[in-house]
Design a protein. Structure first.
Length: 146
């Protein structure tokens, strides 16, 4: 786009040079009013060229600013996505740690219950065995005495 505008500007400048050169050649054979008109036309053309250049530069600047704004928006979107992903990872890690803690607590409680039950059963069995042995001894003692 900029190259096309520069090509047009160069062509217009060459046209102005040709107009001024031809007006100087004509000036020797024609009236000075034609030369003045040609010079005025050349000045108007130069002004138009300057306006076109300014417009082209303004359009290019607007396009560059728009592109920069779009890039900044994309970068902000990527940063947001990374932050959200980091938060999700932290939440998942916290949940996993809590699950592990609960599993460990359940295992410890189950082990404690099993140990208590085994101890109670062993104590009951020992008491029963002692009671039976005492009864047998008492019965044998009674039989021997009688």
């Amino acid at each position: 786009m900029v190259h096309d505008a520069l090509d047009v500007i160069i062509i217009i400048i060459f046209d102005i040079i040709i107009i001024i050169y031809s007006s100087s050649k004509i000036s020797s054979s024609s009236s000075s009013s034609i030369v003045v008109v040609k010079v005025v036309v050349a000045v108007v053309v130069v002004v138009v060229v300057v306006v076109v250049v300014v417009v082209v530069v303004a359009v290019v600047v607007v396009e560059v600013v728009t592109a920069v704004v779009e890039v900044v928006g994309a970068v902000i979107g990527v940063v947001r996505a990374v932050v959200v992903l980091a938060v999700v990872v932290v939440v998942v890690v916290v949940v996993l740690v809590e699950v592990v803690i609960v599993v460990v607590v359940v295992i410890v409680v189950v082990l404690i219950v099993v140990v208590v039950v085994v101890v109670v059963v062993v104590v009951v069995v020992v008491v029963v065995v002692v009671v039976v042995v005492v009864e047998v001894v008492v019965v044998l003692a009674v039989v021997v005495v009688v």
